[in-house]
Design a protein around this ligand. Structure first.
Ligand code: FEO
Ligand code: CA
Ligand code: CA
Ligand code: CA
Length: 671
């Protein structure tokens, strides 16, 4: 039997807003996205408005979806589809004893496990980089050292004992990076340049320690070690590259951009490259023209909070209005070719990209799943035109440049009056239904009236508004199970959804704690244009009536709020990290694991918690199932340099870092 339900310590609430981030996180990571009206002001309908249309659309979808089963709209409840003789074999049930909710200033892991801090903000990355000196930091040093606020973590294994760790550096917390920092107009040019250099990504070579799941920074040649910053040249590729909307005075060809911004989650491709999503890029710009194509992305008409426009005029949109169009893309990085500029793949659309994860379709085409992390924004998918070729890197590096970009429309199968915003299950026992992927554009033909191919790709949100895409509760990371191909979407929360705006795929209004969506592609083919879906997890306190753990006994599960990143272990258990538990629940963020197949589906356990005021980024489970990589981001972001609230990891001041966690007895992680 699992351990009994967790203690519910009364824990102090840190100053928080919305779903549960610290106020400081909102300001610096998202440009206070939740304090502004949601940028989606389209009259693109909520579920209630489309229900009648959905019924008629059922016949249009035809056998593709109806063949899936016999629900109220002719779509199988996904669980029912799994009850046949070919149902997937469940992954081994996690057997570790859950970490309890806490406010401790450390990474807490289960008994029997050990941990190691691999790399910290300021550690040298490029061979010859200077040692870190927090009191005397320079932009030049930072550009060769590990950047700030680690988010996505990817791992390219070179051989059994060597690998390359890629880490996104999403944003900076200047008030805990610099002594005496006061912000706004008082920021010095050097502080701004350091912050710019602390954005981007790092690639570092690692060595395995003995035959364990522990990895450490390599002391060897490190010829692949690399920093990407806001100054690194990147290329623009795909159908929109070279378009007039991407040209600037600095780059009259519209094909080369300096740097990448606010890189959040990402993915690792079957051909060995990393994908990295530019998310809240809007906050770096100032003086946007008052036009819909800027407003829809939340680009400010006044000065920026970070004041970068005072140091580099390209961030002043009154002078360089197209510069903002050159951010908000998926970036592809080839770790084995340090001389190759990272590439912004325009075919995957421009929005607040959380990340992109690749799954190969049955015929070998590459499929990318992508969330646009904003309240009431959309879920996207890209299907390549060409097929993956094993071992042909040159060919595979072109896969993301041609194909079709889709946006998701989800329809419920329960009557509208049964979805009241409370989270109470409808009479058929599940929040579920069917969906279709609406084609927005191919690389040669736009399917959106009034938009050219390049306009769909550059103004993707505006194009998607016109086709009836479903407004979701902040779609973040998406990941397909390696065991089943089912796709899981983290929907973090949405404090702005009114009860009357609740629909079956987003059934709570307001949605304080978020939920997980499971997508089951038709015929288990990732390239399908129709799918079934259901909500296996409504997050929160399991003692609250509005939570749901796939029907599992809620006295035997752990609390969770604000699901953000998702990952799979080799066997198909779903790992979920969180971004907002301190505010929403009163305890630190963490990393949870939940079986999604078999009789233990919904048995959510807590594997780790992160230090004070950090969010739990990464996470990544190694291919051999022996290591969990976890990236505590913004520890102590509710303090100041002079009065830190976290001193993780070294006891002096907070440093965003990447840790690895492994079982001391050599078991698979989770066991
Ligand atoms: Fe950077 Fe959507 O989290
Ligand atoms: Ca239903
Ligand atoms: Ca995220
Ligand atoms: Ca996050």
């Amino acid at each position: 039997m699992p351990e009994s339900a967790p203690h519910r310590r009364p824990l102090p609430l840190i100053g928080t807003v919305g779903g549960g981030r610290s106020r400081r996180t909102c300001e610096l990571r998202c440009g206070d996205a939740c304090f502004h009206p949601a940028p989606n002001t389209s009259d693109n309908p909520y579920f209630g408005d489309v229900f009648a249309k959905a019924l008629s659309r059922r016949s249009m979808l035809g056998a593709a979806v109806i063949g899936a089963g016999a629900g109220a709209l002719g779509v199988a409840a996904p669980a029912a589809a799994d009850r046949g003789p070919n149902r997937p074999k469940p992954a081994p049930r996690p057997t570790f004893k859950s970490v309890l909710p806490n406010n401790d200033d450390k990474v807490t892991i289960p008994n029997g496990y050990d941990q190691h801090v691999i790399v910290r903000w300021g550690d040298p990355v490029v061979p010859g980089a200077p040692a870190f000196d927090v009191e005397n930091q320079t932009a030049e040093a930072q550009a060769e050292q590990f950047g700030y606020n680690c988010d996505y973590v990817g791992f390219h294994q070179l051989d059994e004992n060597r690998g390359l760790l890629w880490v996104n550096h999403e944003y900076t917390n200047e008030h805990i990076m610099f002594r005496g920092y006061r912000g706004g107009a008082s920021a010095t040019a050097e502080q701004i340049r350091i912050a710019m250099a602390a954005h981007g990504g790092s690639l570092v070579e690692l060595d395995r320690v003995g035959r364990t799941g522990q990895w450490r920074l390599s002391g060897g040649e490190r010829r692949f070690n690399r920093r990407i910053t806001t100054e690194t040249p990147l290329t623009l590729t795909g159908p929109a590259a070279g378009h007039d909307l991407l040209k600037t005075a600095e780059d009259p060809t519209g094909t080369t951009v300096r740097g990448m911004l606010n890189n959040c989650a990402g993915g690792y491709t079957p051909w060995g490259t990393f994908l990295s999503g530019e998310e809240n890029f809007n906050q770096y710009f100032a003086k946007a023209p008052a036009r819909p194509e800027y407003a829809r992305y939340g680009l400010p008409t006044g000065s920026s909070g970070r004041r970068w426009e005072g140091v580099d005029e390209r961030f002043d949109l009154s002078r360089h209005p197209n510069e903002a169009n050159r951010f908000g893309w998926i970036v592809e990085i080839d770790p084995l070719d340090p001389s190759a500029p990272p590439a912004k793949r325009t075919m995957l659309g421009r929005f607040k990209h959380e990340g992109a994860t690749i799954r190969l379709a049955k015929d070998g085409r590459a499929v990318a799943y992508m969330g646009d992390d904003e309240r009431f924004d959309y879920i996207y998918k890209f299907v390549s035109a060409k097929k993956y070729r094993e071992g042909d890197t040159r060919h595979n590096l072109t896969l993301l440049d041609t194909g079709v970009l889709y946006v998701a429309r989800l329809t419920g199968n329960s009557p509208e009056e049964e979805i009241d915003g409370s989270g109470a299950l409808p009479s058929d026992g599940e929040f579920d239904g069917y969906g279709d992927w609406i084609a927005l554009t191919s690389d040669t033909t736009s399917f959106v009236d009034g938009f050219t191919v390049a306009e769909v790709l550059i103004h993707t949100r505006l194009a998607a508004d016109t086709v009836g895409a479903t407004k979701m509760d902040r779609p973040e990371d998406m990941e397909a199970s390696p065991a089943t191909g089912k796709v899981y979407v983290a929907l973090t929360n949405n404090s702005a959804r009114e009860p009357g705006q609740a629909d079956e795929p987003n059934p709570r209004g307001p949605n304080k704690h978020g939920h997980i969506l499971e997508i089951i592609e038709h015929n288990a083919d990732s390239a399908a244009e129709a799918f079934a879906w259901n909500v296996p997890l409504l997050c929160g306190d399991p003692e609250d009536e509005d939570t749901y753990y796939a029907g599992y006994d809620k006295s035997k599960v752990m609390p969770i709020s604000a699901p953000d990143n998702v990952a799979f272990d080799r066997d198909g258990n779903l790992w979920i990290s969180t971004d907002g538990q301190p505010g929403a629940m009163g305890f630190n963020d963490g990393l949870h694991v939940m079986p999604v197949e078999g009789r233990f589906r919904g048995e959510l356990k807590t594997f780790a918690t992160v230090p004070v005021s950090a969010e739990a980024c990464g996470p990544l489970i190694s291919e051999d199932n022996k290591t969990v990589f976890l990236a505590p981001q913004h520890p102590g972001d509710n303090g100041t340099f002079e009065a830190p609230t976290s001193v993780w990891p070294d006891g002096d001041f907070p440093r965003p870092s990447v840790v690895c966690i492994w079982h001391k007895g050599g078991r698979d992680v989770g066991q």
